[in-house]
Design a protein around this ligand. Structure first.
Ligand SMILES: CC(C)(COP(=O)(O)OP(=O)(O)OC[C@H]1O[C@@H](n2cnc3c(N)ncnc32)[C@H](O)[C@@H]1OP(=O)(O)O)[C@@H](O)C(=O)NCCC(=O)NCCSC(=O)C[C@](C)(O)C(=O)O
Ligand SMILES: [Mg+2]
Length: 346
């Protein structure tokens, strides 16, 4: 582990200086597409207009015989597609796979200057981040890149969850962490075949009382992991994301999962299908009434201290900070989205 003095030193001679602050830009949805698919590559400019982040996926869901075509397709997108300023990310193959090394070498060498974030799957501990960190620095130096590529870890093994706090601070490149509910379920031997979402069998039931039916409520299987991930990210100054919701047809279920994650502190989720872009946009943009109320809190307490009443609700230093979280987020999104700017009055 690097010490505090060397934490921000480049890991290769000639590599760009690591960032001190992770850029805060809209990332309500990280939209996944298969770059081996020529038809989808043709739709990249449209996707880039509707999604906050575009991610060329090289890992799971890309068949073994399509891996090289996906890598080459992503290079083509990075070189030729008009992304209109939308960040381009990739998910490389797992570090133990035969493809990960070439993924990194090819992408950084060929399109490093337009690649913002590398998502690393199945991260188990700091050693995985340190490996990618050093390799990226070497490749950046060789390609004379001017800004560092950031790293996003997927939390999809029990060991990764056990080490999540160390992973979050393993490198100044760490941009964020996403929940990987399918691999994580398998790693934990959870008995579900779903990709994210709840399960009707996971519930609490009321105590028996004479003659009455016992009401029961479905609980959130991912609450613990998301809570830990959010704390690890917030403590490290990086960003947590829900990850994928695999039941594409269940738009209501998807929205409910995304909203629970949003309320717990996640800044976005993955969209696997165009329909999920709209869901994520709705969920991860704060509600208009909340933003307008939060603005009133900030106006009512200009110096952020003391105790006040607003519509019968106590406001103090802490609620001022809560209000600031919402207004800062709304302000950032309003810069990108004229409709939201008008609705928020920002
Ligand atoms: C689910 C699938 C198969 C349904 O694909 P479909 O073709 O059956 O859907 P459709 O509704 O019939 O498609 C309608 C139109 O939307 C297009 N379309 C469809 N998807 C997209 C897309 N993503 N981006 C842009 N366009 C898309 C599709 O091409 C079609 O266009 P057309 O009308 O012109 O023919 C398809 O949406 C897809 O392949 N999505 C991406 C899947 C993916 O990336 N999976 C990996 C991430 S999740 C994961 O890895 C887990 C994790 C973290 O690792 C862990 O928990 O462990
Ligand atoms: Mg996975």
């Amino acid at each position: 582990m690097r010490n505090a003095r060397s934490y921000f030193a480049p890991l290769a001679i000639g590599a760009p200086q690591p960032v001190r602050e992770i850029p805060v830009t809209p990332s309500r949805m990280i939209h996944f597409f298969d770059p081996s698919n020529a038809k989808l590559r043709g739709k990249v400019p449209d996707m880039a207009r509707s999604a906050d982040v575009l991610l060329g996926n090289l890992e799971d869901a890309i068949a073994a015989d399509k891996k090289e075509a996906a890598r080459a397709g992503l290079v083509e997108v990075g070189r030729e597609a008009d992304l209109g300023g939308t960040p381009l990310w990739t998910r490389i193959n797992a570090l133990e796979s035969p493809w990960a090394l070439d993924d990194l070498v090819t992408l950084v060498t060929e399109i490093g200057s337009v690649l913002d974030v590398v998502m690393v799957p199945k991260v188990e501990g700091v050693e995985d981040i340190h490996y990618v960190d050093r390799l990226l620095a070497q490749l950046e130096a060789r390609s004379e890149l001017q800004r560092p590529i950031l790293i996003h870890a997927i939390l999809e093994t029990a060991q990764g969850v056990a080490n999540v706090e160390e992973i979050a601070t393993a490198s100044p490149r760490m941009q964020g962490i996403s929940l990987g509910p399918a691999d994580l379920a398998a790693s934990r031997r959870m008995k579900t075949t779903r990709v994210g979402g709840g399960h009707p069998g996971y519930r609490v039931i009321a105590d028996p009382s004479s003659g009455d039916a016992r009401p029961s409520y479905q609980q959130d299987l991912w609450h613990y992991t998301i809570g830990r991930m959010v704390d690890a990210c917030a403590a490290a100054g990086i960003f947590p994301y829900y990850g994928p919701f695999g039941d594409i047809k269940d738009e209501v279920g998807c929205e409910a999962q995304f909203r629970a994650a949003y309320l717990m502190g996640c800044v976005g989720a993955w969209s696997l299908h165009p329909v999920q872009i709209g869901i994520a946009k709705r969920v991860f943009s704060p509600e208009v009434d909340e933003v307008r109320f939060a603005k009133r809190v900030l106006e009512a307490i200009p110096d952020g201290s003391g105790v006040h009443m607003l519509d019968g609700k106590m406001q103090d230093d802490a609620t001022w900070k809560q209000a600031k979280v919402l207004v800062d987020l709304a302000t950032m999104l309003a810069r990108k989205d004229e409709e939201l700017a008008e609705a928020y009055g920002l």
